[in-house]
Design a protein around this ligand. Structure first.
Ligand SMILES: [Zn+2]
Ligand SMILES: [Zn+2]
Length: 445
């Protein structure tokens, strides 16, 4: 009997954190797993907002968007790709859906679909992120999706955005597991365990795994972060300023609980409120209700608000606070604010005893360092000490090794990492064979 060929090609996520675009081909079935933006490649050429890509042509010319036939909407040809599966809503996995031919079916988790829609509404004219016209089909854990020769089983995992999935894909040459981004130290480690169980049972020929944290690993948990936040907020006299990713619902919940416990309100941004409002319909998700008396919505000072901003301002008019109100109720507030909101401090005028919590990753590249210096200058000016309370969205090396040992696939493909060689050496005593992935090269499995 002639064995049918199964091939895997990595068009992104190779020697970089993110930008995942993985093609799995089984006979004439072609399916992509993730179609993310590569921040690493993009920042080699661009410096937004004044130097930004104007069209997909520039992105392809520079190799930021790979040249692949039969997948793009600007390509006149008939689609050659049967489906795209998105593991989660982070931009480095989903943004370049923007360029996908609208005739191609896109599968993602229900929560991911809500997040992508909300984000697309908020960034309407964005070349690199627009999901309008995409035909989404959503799934939850337990579903099996058949795309010609392939059967795809999505299984939830714990990550720093809700609705993250890994996949077990049944091909004509055995099962292939793709972890997406995952961890076991978040709020729901049992979800990751479900993927591990399924993966193990499938006796996979290959596992494609993220390997983000091969350097700078740490031991912590979302629970520990929440305890740290409690310590800080408990002692603060003035306003507590908090910078965290607005899509990180676990962190949002941690801040909400701690604000409430310490007799404060959590004031979220309009952006966060818009997403929370969209996610209210998600039954599987527990998030603070915008009508809760411990939740307020902070409206930045500006001349004109976008349509989606006005929707929130009108719908929750009794919840809106501006800089002047925030300034009056400092010891009663935890205010979520990002780097780009620092100008608001001029009117808020933080009182003595106020502080700033960075609840996101520390700067890891040059541009972030420059911004970090500006942040520090602002905080210095207002006498605001800076705390760091954060935990990574990605699994730590020893835990990853234990999981890969348990799953025991024939081959391991490490991606979403700048340290694939270190990973390979670290895993060298496993029975599985690690392959150092090369971009755009086909691997037969
Ligand atoms: Zn990622
Ligand atoms: Zn992610």
């Amino acid at each position: 009997m002639v064995k049918h060929k199964t091939r895997i090609i990595f068009y992104g996520g190779v020697n970089e954190i993110g930008g995942n675009k993985i093609l799995l081909q089984d006979r004439d079935t072609k399916v992509f797993f993730d179609f993310g933006m590569s921040f690493t490649l993009k920042k080699q050429f661009y410096s937004p907002p004044f130097l930004s890509p104007r069209s997909e042509r520039s992105l392809q010319e520079l190799g930021v968007l790979p040249k692949i036939r039969g997948i793009y909407k600007f390509d006149e040809k008939v689609p050659e790709v049967d489906a795209v599966f998105i593991s989660h809503a982070h931009m480095d996995h989903s943004a370049y859906l923007s360029f996908i031919n609208r005739k191609i079916q896109v599968y993602c988790g229900e929560t991911t679909q809500i997040i992508l829609h909300a984000q697309s509404e908020m960034r309407r004219a964005d070349l690199e992120f627009n999901v309008s016209g995409i035909s989404f089909k959503s799934f939850r854990t337990g579903k099996k999706i058949v795309v010609d020769n392939l059967e795809v089983e999505p299984i939830h995992v714990d990550h720093s955005v809700p609705g993250a999935y890994g996949f077990v894909v049944h091909t004509s040459n055995g099962a292939v597991v793709y972890t997406g981004d995952f961890r076991v130290h978040g709020a729901k480690p049992e979800m990751t365990q479900d993927l591990v169980e399924k993966a193990k049972k499938a006796d996979p020929v290959a596992v494609v795994t993220e390997a983000t944290n091969m350097t700078g690993a740490s031991i912590s948990s979302e629970e520990e972060v929440e305890n740290k936040l409690d310590h800080i907020v408990k002692q603060a006299d003035g306003i507590v300023l908090a910078d965290f990713a607005y899509t990180d619902v676990d962190r949002l919940n941690s801040f909400y609980r701690i604000a409430k416990k310490n007799g404060r309100c959590l004031a979220v941004s309009l952006k966060q409120a818009y997403l929370m409002s969209a996610l209210q319909s998600d039954k599987g998700l527990s998030i603070p209700n915008l009508n809760d008396k411990s939740v307020l919505i902070f409206r930045k000072s500006k001349k004109k608000y976008e349509k989606w901003e006005n929707q929130i301002i009108e719908k929750y008019s009794n919840k809106i606070v501006d800089v002047f109100e925030a300034s009056k109720r400092q010891c009663k507030t935890v205010l979520a604010m990002s780097f780009y909101d620092l100008e608001e401090l001029v009117e808020i005028k933080p009182e003595a005893g106020s502080c700033y919590i960075l609840s996101a990753s520390e700067p890891f590249n040059e541009e972030m360092e420059i911004d970090f210096e500006k942040l520090t200058n602002w905080l210095r000016h207002y006498g605001l000490p800076q705390y760091h309370a954060h935990v990574s969205g990605h699994i730590m090396p020893l835990q990853l090794k234990a999981i890969l040992k348990e799953v025991n696939a024939t081959t391991i493909f490490p991606i979403h990492t700048e340290n694939a060689e270190l990973f390979t050496r670290f895993m060298r005593d496993l029975k599985s064979q690690t392959v150092l992935v090369e971009k755009s090269r086909g691997y037969t499995i």
